[in-house]
Ligand binder design. Structure first.
Ligand code: DMJ
Length: 743
């Protein structure tokens, strides 16, 4: 492009002179141009590159070349000492045999640092000098011209002289896009030879010259337009151009063939339309849960609209650093719950906010995991349910922003990413800067959908690589440690947990198998191998018969189970059907036992909501013993397990337990301004943490609502819940099945 060439030539003219290494970096050159770095010298040593005036008066024109040191004619002594090259250095042909080249004359210096003879100012008279100066000006103009013409000239040569193979020519049916200019169309015609007799070299030459002229004029026009713009406008244009390139990459469907074709059900047809349960008592309970959602939403809207979360007691916005300065976590997290609860007006206002305000062009360091499960997951889910294109577009846009997180030697992504600069890092506390299993292992479902939604396999490639790294690694006792070094691709500390740091990795192995329409055999094998090792090494029974999942630290067990770990009851039950021969009943039973233990952890508190972690040692069972483990932050994992157990067994106790949780939430967590977490579930007087977590709307209320709905609302054979309870349809291989189910 001409504009660029112009700039680079100008840069060369000044930069080479400015980077002598003797001038402090950043100091201005005589023309006010900042000194360039030595790396800008285009092959010249820094010491060769000091600027020299060409005019006798130490004038304004600066010119350097890549000519070798020691070939330069002498200018004035100072300049000679500085090693600068006058213009004659460009034209060795014009130099006098004695070395008294033009440069010497033009430089006007009498000294001879090179020791050459006859190079004094007397060699030319003023008029001669003037004439020569003119000649050089013409020469320089020619050089400029050559730079601008070069690319097209080469095309001209290949077209006219070399008769290159038609296969290498631009496609004959190339059509200018909607934004194409008239000259581009002319270029297309010229390429196709529409207006000229085929094989007429004169006409072809004329065409090519016309094209060169057009290109030249266009480049001039563009350069002129650019020069008239404000720096901010130029920056905005660059950003837009970058985004366009990203979009173009995404719409390049060439690689898409590598993903197996799937049939995605038409929007809204598979169990996403709500029906009233037949039983009046159940209907009433379900209505109550919907009312809870309304209370949570209404207060978020009133006091924290557009912020990430609500402070229900102090009635303001709450922003967690997990989202950087991306805003609106509650809105995006709530979308699909609003949809399935048939809260149309609220869904529409949430959609309008997404359209107008959801902005990922922010300078923000975010948690890749949290942004993925809440924002990407929430948007994808809203897209499949509603069919509104904005959700698909935003999900893909955010997915693209997360891609730089994978730029590590192993491809295991960073935990934290600045989505503007693309710079990633890990949590400093995570075992010497390791990546965390539950974080990088909980991208798979959303990224597979992103590939289908964008038509670009890059997202799938990234998460399949994580899978490969994990599959190939040696596992201690068959277990997956929580920490992995993204540089070495090796495990760090041997700490294994099915709760925090490990949990949703196992969940995503199972759900990858289910979401692939049971074709992802690798995921299935890894899941069943992993839970077998977990059962052998981590699962224990308390003295009074409560089954719990402990944590494993280098071979030693810590007899503690987190609230987060309670999701595993539902996971074991959900996978039971596909368990190895004879194990289905066993895993259903294991799910039921974990559900019971977690229910006990709720039942043994004052508020009937469970603590963050509970222990099975020192004579206690399912009770938190440490003050910093006694809080409850509206987490969903226990009711999540009730939901799966209800769906898979229809044992009424799960509805009973779920209703106990509803009553406890109403009694202890509901405040005028929404719902708050509690600092101590054993304490008789509520102490609020003053946060209404976005997952309360995304997960806790959604799972409760489903427990009191019929099974055909979001049937488990068709919908996979991501770890934030967002809905992802099974990637079905069977068109017929999709059509039948859609009826
Ligand atoms: C949610 O964001 C997700 O369920 C995640 O997998 C774990 N933590 C919270 C809820 O407790």
């Amino acid at each position: 492009m001409r504009g660029c060439s112009e700039r680079s030539v100008a840069r060369a003219l000044f930069a080479k002179g400015a980077a002598s290494g003797r001038r402090p970096r950043g100091e201005l050159s005589p023309r006010g141009i900042p000194a360039a770095r030595a790396g800008d010298l285009g092959g010249l040593d820094a010491q060769d590159a000091a600027p020299r005036p060409l005019t006798p008066g130490g004038g304004e024109v600066w010119l350097l070349s890549g000519a070798a040191r020691g070939h330069w004619t002498a200018g004035n002594p100072a300049a000679g000492a500085a090693g600068a090259m006058p213009v004659g250095g460009l034209l060795p042909l014009f130099s006098s045999p004695a070395g008294g080249g033009l440069g010497g004359g033009l430089g006007g210096g009498g000294g001879s640092s090179s020791g050459r003879k006859g190079s004094g100012p007397a060699a030319f008279r003023l008029t001669e000098k003037f004439v020569l100066l003119l000649v050089f000006s013409a020469f320089i103009t020619l050089c400029f011209g050559a730079i601008f013409f070069l690319p097209d000239s080469s095309k001209l040569l290949s077209g006219v002289l070399f008769h290159s193979s038609p296969a290498l020519q631009p496609a004959a049916d190339h059509k200018p896009g909607p934004g194409a200019r008239a000259e581009d169309a002319a270029e297309g015609r010229a390429r196709r030879g529409e207006e000229d007799a085929p094989g007429d070299p004169a006409a072809s030459l004329e065409d090519n010259l016309a094209r060169i002229r057009e290109n030249h004029e266009r480049a001039l026009r563009e350069a002129k337009e650019t020069l008239q713009k404000l720096p901010e406008e130029i920056q905005r244009d660059i950003l837009m151009e970058k985004e366009k390139v990203a979009q173009d990459q995404l719409s390049n469907r060439a690689g898409f063939r590598r993903l197996p074709p799937v049939y995605l059900a038409p929007v809204n047809t598979i169990g996403a339309i709500d029906r009233e349960p037949a039983d009046a008592a159940i209907r009433e309970k379900r209505e109550k849960i919907k009312e809870m959602m309304k209370h949570a939403w209404k207060n978020y809207k009133r006091y924290a609209w557009g912020k990430n979360e609500l402070k229900p007691v102090s009635k303001g916005g709450h922003s967690s650093s997990l989202f950087g300065n991306i805003q609106g976590a509650t809105i995006v997290d709530a979308l699909d719950t609003l949809f399935i609860m048939n809260m149309k007006d609220e869904f529409e206002e949430a959609q309008a906010w997404v359209e107008e305000n959801l902005n990922f062009n922010v300078n923000a360091e975010v948690s890749v995991f949290e942004v993925n499960i809440r924002f990407v997951g929430g948007l994808i889910s809203a897209y499949y349910l509603s069919g509104a294109e904005i959700f698909r577009k935003k999900a893909v846009e955010l997915g693209v922003k997360l891609l730089p997180a994978f730029q590590t030697p192993s491809g295991i992504p960073w935990a934290l990413l600045n989505i503007k600069s693309g710079i990633g890092r890990n949590w400093p506390w995570a075992s010497g800067g390791s990546s965390i299993l539950a974080e990088f292992g909980t991208l798979h479902l959303e990224f597979m959908h992103l590939s289908y939604l964008s038509g670009n396999p890059i997202f799938a490639d990234k998460v399949m690589n994580i899978r490969t790294v994990l599959n190939n690694l040696e596992k201690p006792e068959g277990l997956y440690p929580n920490y992995l070094n993204p540089n070495s691709g090796q495990w760090a500390q041997y700490h294994v947990s099915v709760g925090g740091l490990g949990d949703s990795f196992y969940e995503y192995l199972l759900k990858a198998w289910l979401m692939s329409d049971k074709t992802d055999l690798q995921a299935k094998k890894m899941y069943f191998d992993a839970i077998k090792a977990i059962e052998t090494h981590l699962i224990r029974k308390s003295r009074n018969g409560l089954t719990y999942i402990a944590e494993w630290k280098g071979g030693l067990l810590e007899h503690k189970m987190g609230h987060l770990t309670c999701f595993a009851g539902g996971m074991f039950a959900l996978g039971a059907d596909d368990a190895p021969e004879g194990m289905t009943q066993h895993y259903l039973q294991l799910g039921a036992e974990i559900a019971r233990t977690c229910h006990e952890s709720y039942n043994r508190t004052f508020v009937k909501l469970g603590p963050e972690a509970f222990r099975f040692d020192g004579g206690v069972e399912a009770i938190a013993t440490r003050q910093n483990e006694k809080y409850y932050i509206l987490r969903p994992e226990v009711v999540e397990t009730y939901m799966y157990m209800w769906r898979l067994t229809h044992d009424p106790k799960y509805r009973k337990w779920a209703w106990e949780a509803v009553e406890a939430l109403e009694k202890h967590c509901r405040v005028k301004g929404g719902y708050s977490g509690l600092r101590d579930v054993y304490f008789t007087k509520e102490s609020y943490d003053d946060v209404q977590q976005s997952f309360f709307l995304a997960e806790t209320l959604k799972y409760l609502y489903l427990i009191f709905s019929d099974d055909d609302l979001l049937p488990l054979e068709h919908w996979i819940f991501n770890t934030e309870a967002h809905l992802l349809p099974v990637l079905s291989r069977n068109l017929k099945k999709v059509e039948d189910d859609g009826k």
